[in-house]
Design a protein around this ligand. Structure first.
Ligand SMILES: NC(=O)c1ccc[n+]([C@@H]2O[C@H](COP(=O)([O-])OP(=O)(O)OC[C@H]3O[C@@H](n4cnc5c(N)ncnc54)[C@H](O)[C@@H]3O)[C@@H](O)[C@H]2O)c1
Length: 291
């Protein structure tokens, strides 16, 4: 059987899980039935590629540090793959996703926040349409996009995302610093503090930590200017928690996700890697359940 060929950009927390799943065609002992093989790995840090390759039974022959390696350019290796997975960073979306689409390759994007930039989503959609390729955006760290997508076929009155994190989770955020918010005091007091209330377009700018979730929700629903976001420093939660509320002609839905962090990157929710692997299953299996 011909194996579906995959190139992965980003050998970090999510990329490693994806590559190991493709390599073994299983996850934690459960068979996935992907029938895929890795054709290339790209990362800007050589040691990330090397570390990952040591964990793979069948490491790919092509490994590139950045978009060029020796005399080879990214566009010259694209004929080796059917699907390019970006799980690196927002800058990698511009660097790799657009050339991959222009070469007629399907892509999967994890750094969805890149699509929050003015005009980027439309640009990617236009290129994909022209070159007849698919762009997969996994649900990432949230759930409920299926219901939201269905609801968006009709009228939606409101989409609201509430993100709660332990106060320490906002350490280093520029907005929190500028406002002079004492996160240790919030923790000590034990009461939740609303840090931001506004639309997704602004939330993406002010809280880049939240950007992927807000961007995915906006794409599936009513856009970044209409999707409402609240960000709360909450001493009562241990995990990053996202609550999604949708009201529309269909009725209403409410989804709450309490995310366990990835074992290798505490900023990334474990569910994000799982959702990418589930998307690979969706691509490779004839039965596609869920909207
Ligand atoms: N969709 C979601 O809900 C969701 C959830 C979590 C993370 N993410 C996003 O997925 C991406 C990967 O997350 P992660 O936890 O695996 O990150 P990570 O930091 O663990 O790994 C990213 C890897 O990509 C490499 N990289 C970054 N920019 C690159 C570039 N321009 N060219 C080549 N290599 C590059 C880094 O060296 C690193 O090894 C991030 O952008 C993150 O924001 C999305």
């Amino acid at each position: 059987m011909m194996l579906f060929r995959v190139g992965v950009i980003g050998c970090g927390a999510i990329g490693s899980e994806i590559c190991k799943a493709i390599d073994t065609d299983s996850f934690e002992g459960r068979t996935l039935g992907l029938n895929m093989r890795l054709s290339f790995l790209i990362d800007k840090h050589k040691e990330k590629i090397e570390n990952l390759c040591e964990q793979l039974k069948h490491p790919p022959a092509i490994k590139m540090c950045g978009s060029t390696a020796k005399d080879v350019r990214f566009d010259e290796i694209l004929h080796e793959v059917d699907l390019v997975i970006e799980c690196a960073s927002q800058s990698a979306v511009k660097e790799f996703v657009i050339p991959a689409l222009e070469a007629g390759k399907d892509v999967m994007i994890l750094s969805v926040g890149a699509l929050a930039e003015e005009g980027m989503l439309e640009r990617i959609e236009k290129i994909a349409r022209e070159h007849r390729c698919d762009v997969y955006i996994p649900s990432g760290a949230i759930a409920g996009l299926d219901g939201l997508k269905s609801a968006a076929v009709s009228e939606i009155y409101e989409v609201r995302l509430t993100t709660r994190k332990p106060p320490a989770g906002f350490e280093g955020n520029r907005f929190v610093k500028e406002k002079g918010i004492d996160l240790a005091a919030v923790q000590k007091e034990g009461k939740p503090l609303v840090l931001f209330e506004g639309v997704a377009a602004d939330a993406c700018r002010i809280f880049p930590e939240n950007v992927n979730v807000a961007a995915s929700l906006s794409i599936a629903g009513i856009g970044a200017r209409k999707t409402k976001v609240r960000v709360i420093a909450d001493p009562r939660v241990r995990e990053n928690t996202h609550e999604i509320e949708v009201r529309g002609a269909f009725g209403s839905l409410c989804v709450r996700v309490e995310n366990v962090p990835s074992p290798t990157n505490p900023k990334t929710s474990h569910l994000a890697a799982l959702s990418a692997i589930a998307t690979l299953k969706r691509i490779s299996h004839p039965l596609k359940v869920g909207t």
